[in-house]
Write a protein that binds this ligand. Structure first.
Ligand code: DGL
Length: 256
């Protein structure tokens, strides 16, 4: 019998745009009765080419929106926002803040003695969070940094051909160097797995989505509320709200 005294948890999931939907998709596969509120800050995307303080301000504003909706926890489903803002917002806000981490550790473990490549935004590459992770893992020499400026924006636009063209260029270096393990360090790129595999069939892809979802579910004890999750979608862009919603639903169901 269901315990009716258990409150249904409400969790805010944010990203600069559409990328966090790749995480929401996995959250919605959980057998738990949770209300997810998704916020894509499309009016300000991409975050990955902005300054740290701009990203902090934008992420903070989204967190305040979630707090006004009485969420129990917030997931920054964006590596860039996590790198630039998570530490500060955890100090400022009283709701638990979860974030993303590029799956460097599992990739290094799975490809012992090999180099791995990290595809991420300029902000994720340069922020201290990644430098600390690399130092902790003693892996400075084993990571090839691939700057993917522009790629997240093409995903937000649904421009698959443009993304493919840019990827062709980005993947040139790991292909030439024979680096097969690719870490998708931006939630947008998870929607490009088929294109990446098509352009580089020998590649082995790693992303942090499942690890994050597992960590969130365990930390918040979501298994106490068995059932089906629900979701609401919010976007900051005032343009074409119906088109954006349709595109977001397509990403959740079928991908890009
Ligand atoms: N989805 C975001 C991430 O995981 C970044 C995209 C952007 O540049 O806004 O890093």
């Amino acid at each position: 019998m269901k315990d009716s005294s258990v409150r249904i948890p409400r969790i805010g999931v944010m990203d600069s745009g559409m990328g966090g939907l790749s995480v929401l998709r996995e959250l919605l596969a959980l057998p738990y009765q949770v209300e997810f509120l998704y916020y894509g800050d499309l009016a300000n995307s991409p975050y990955g080419e902005k300054s740290t303080s701009q990203i902090l301000d934008l992420t903070r504003a989204v967190c305040h929106f979630f707090i006004s909706k009485k969420v129990d926890a917030i997931l920054l489903a964006c590596n860039t926002a996590t790198s630039a803002a998570a530490l500060k917002l955890r100090e400022e806000l009283s709701v638990p803040i979860f974030g993303m981490e590029p799956a460097i550790k599992p990739a290094l473990l799975a490809h012992e003695k090999e180099k791995i490549a990290l595809l991420a935004t300029a902000v994720t590459h340069r922020e201290e969070k990644l430098q600390e992770l690399k130092a902790d893992l003693g892996a400075k020499e084993r990571i090839l940094h691939l700057n993917c400026d522009g790629l997240a924006h093409l995903v937000d636009q649904g421009d698959l051909q443009g993304a493919r063209n840019l990827l062709q260029n980005i993947l040139r270096i790991p292909k030439e160097e024979g680096v097969k393990a690719l870490v998708l360090g931006c939630t947008h790129y998870v929607f490009l797995k088929n294109e990446i595999m098509d352009l580089y069939p020998e590649a082995i892809l790693h992303d942090g989505n499942q690890g994050t979802v597992r960590h969130l579910a365990n930390s918040l004890h979501l298994d106490r509320v068995s059932g089906r999750p629900t979701f609401e979608l919010h976007f900051s862009s005032p343009e074409k709200p119906n088109g954006i919603r349709q595109f977001a639903l397509q990403l959740l169901e079928r991908g890009l």
